[in-house]
Design a protein around this ligand. Structure first.
Ligand code: BGC
Length: 244
């Protein structure tokens, strides 16, 4: 079955048509920059452009960078504050006339890895961490999602959220070398490890392609792997959300 998967992030909106049984992208990947300020109306307009780009008429699965319960945003993450309380699936459905299924972006990326990637068949606690504008987390216990675990939003030192200290956006904002940033990211991994004693941590998001640049950060007690689907895990998992 083919589904349009859309991964909405703080910086980019990425989409592709996905074969949800195999995890293969059956179209090229298309990226649209997230509109400045990322207000609901503007994001909905770009989502409609994505649908149009693929001339898509079927179901759409969508990963979204906030806490999401039953299609509704319950936080604002790194996008506009006015998202809180918005019924995201309805907003996008009204704009496009298509049926939308929405989940937290890191939960979606984790789903792809748990069903088809590095987390497949791994018993116990598996945690997907996405490194991007924010730090996303998806927690699975014996393959079942514990939704909306938000490790990146926990305060750290003088930082209001850990992600303001150790995300890829923090690295760029503070112009840190990968070595320096890696030391920060390792603290986040250690925090994750202490909190959950996971059996496996999987890294996704843009930085998951560059782990050789911060490999010392990955030397913790828990095994750490790069996502099989790298940055596409978010798109693939988004599509899978529509058939869960
Ligand atoms: C949000 C999370 C999201 C993460 C990655 C954070 O700011 O709170 O819900 O998963 O960014 O996009």
């Amino acid at each position: 079955m083919e589904i349009l998967g859309i991964d909405i992030g703080g910086t980019g909106i990425k989409g592709a048509i996905v074969n949800v049984e195999t995890g293969d992208l059956v179209s090229e990947r298309h990226r649209i920059p997230t509109p400045l300020g990322a207000k609901p109306k503007d994001v909905a307009t770009e989502v409609a452009k994505m649908v149009e780009h693929f001339n898509w008429k079927g179901k759409v699965g969508c990963g979204f960078p906030t806490i999401v319960s039953n299609g509704k945003a319950r936080s604002f993450g790194n996008i506009d504050k006015s998202w809180v309380g918005v019924q995201i699936d309805e907003l996008f459905s009204e704009k496009t006339g298509l049926e939308f299924f929405v989940a937290n972006d890191a939960d979606a990326a984790g789903l792809a890895e748990i069903k088809l990637g590095e987390g497949k068949g791994v018993p116990g606690v598996v945690i997907m961490i996405t490194i991007g504008t924010g730090l996303g987390s998806g927690v699975f216990v014996d393959g079942t999602l514990v939704p909306n675990v938000e490790l990146g939003t926990v305060p750290y030192k003088d930082y209001e959220r850990f992600e303001f200290y150790a995300s890829d956006a923090a690295r760029k904002r503070e112009d840190l070398s990968y070595r320096k940033w890696g030391k920060r990211f390792k603290k986040f991994l250690r925090f994750t490890e202490t909190t959950f004693s996971p059996d496996l941590i999987i890294l996704g998001g843009g930085a998951s392609k560059k782990t050789e640049k911060f490999k010392e950060a990955l030397e913790i007690d828990t095994p750490v792997k790069s996502a099989k689907y790298e940055n596409n895990a978010g798109i693939i998992g988004a599509a899978m959300t529509a058939v869960q």
